[in-house]
Write a protein that binds this ligand. Sequence first.
Ligand code: GLC
Length: 462
Amino acid sequence: MKKTGLLLSLLFVAKASCFTVSAQDTPAWAKETRDRKEQRMAWWTHDRFGMFIHWGIYALPARHEWVKRNEKISDEAYQRYFERFDPDLYDPKEWAAKAKAAGMKYVVVTTKHHDGFCLWDSKYTDFKVTNTPYGKDLIKPLVDAFRSEGLRIGFYYSLIDWHHPDFPYDRLHPNGPSDPEARKTANERRDLKTYRQYMKNQLTELLTQFGAIDELFLDFSYPGENGKGHQEWDSEGLLKLIRQLQPNILVDNRLDLDHTDWGWDFVTPEQFMPQEWPVVRGQRVPWETCQTFSGSWGYYRDEYTWKSVHQLVVMLIEITSKGGNLLLNVGPTARGVFDDRANERLAGIGKWMYYHHRSIYGCTQAPDNFKVPQNCLLTYNPSAKRLYVHVLEWPFKSLHLPGYEGRFKYAQLLNDGSEIRFHTQTQAGSHTTENSREDDVILSLPVERPNVDVPVIELFLE
Ligand code: GLC
């Protein structure tokens, strides 16, 4: 008895101290129930598909938004783009209409990228659009245009700043001495505290002057030797401010707070396709992958590795099939328009989405007990109770659904709502009878593949 009592009280102490530790871990302002977080994220997990926009004076050199770093361009030399930035064809209403027609439900626009150039009229810097020949704020008209098309608004804000005089030189900085000693001396004249306050001031502008901001994409941390992470940024302080100003906002995980459960809302795999739904500490987490049409985020004239419409449509399906979001990037030109290659992709995706958005919005990964048929990707709408079979390679006549017997009551092609008949294989004998497992269902497909990028079959589940 005594022993059990001791054991129980030990367990109790252990549990209590465990609890205290994790409770202390989460700052009071960051505490939130799981339900509340789910509510906050509900629109986003429903919408699945957004437009990323990378725009700034790097559209003039037109060879990557990292051109300042890649070519080690000095502030003085970079100024020639600032002095000529004049996007005379800028019409955000046209951008918004294109995003909407592509089936995108939200936009995330660069308000400041690593080069430090600001697209709004920030009162904390001169390095901003209102001082270029264009002379006008770019962000407010964009916010208004996208909002009036019914899209939600996200801001990208670079933590990195290669223009600010108090941003210490580090391993990514394009300028500054490369010799470690000389860099150290140069950094003595750079005051990180001032830069931190600059970020807070600018984020306050962005989060108070443009109405409700739905997503904030902070970019990015590179902790360790000669880098910057949560301590340098004061990530906790930044996030606290952000949450105070916009309690419903969704924040990415690039503040270097991945070791906490409260320092981010979603993870952001970039430029690759996760093999499965990303997991953090054993739990599937919300995720949004950002992708480019070609290899660059900013407009890159001579970049030719463009993905096809088909690849992009499959990408969107695959991401949804793993419970994630796609943030697909456009890099507008220095004149302020999307180039033909981007327009063609957006229109192509839009054509597919027009008929098939039902297999994307509100959908997620199918329950594990639905096997994925050959050459297919599945998505699933839990509230409508429908399963979507995306047929990547159109088979001849029959599509086998392994183990689906008795699990759905009706099937149709999504693009035209035409019935797909189905049967299970029971009779044996004739040479025209297909072999299949007993609990398989065989869909009878038309021989001709529907004339859409990826045909989808909608199953109404039991
Ligand atoms: C990377 C790059 C940047 C781009 C971003 C998009 O962090 O530094 O140029 O804006 O990815 O997620």
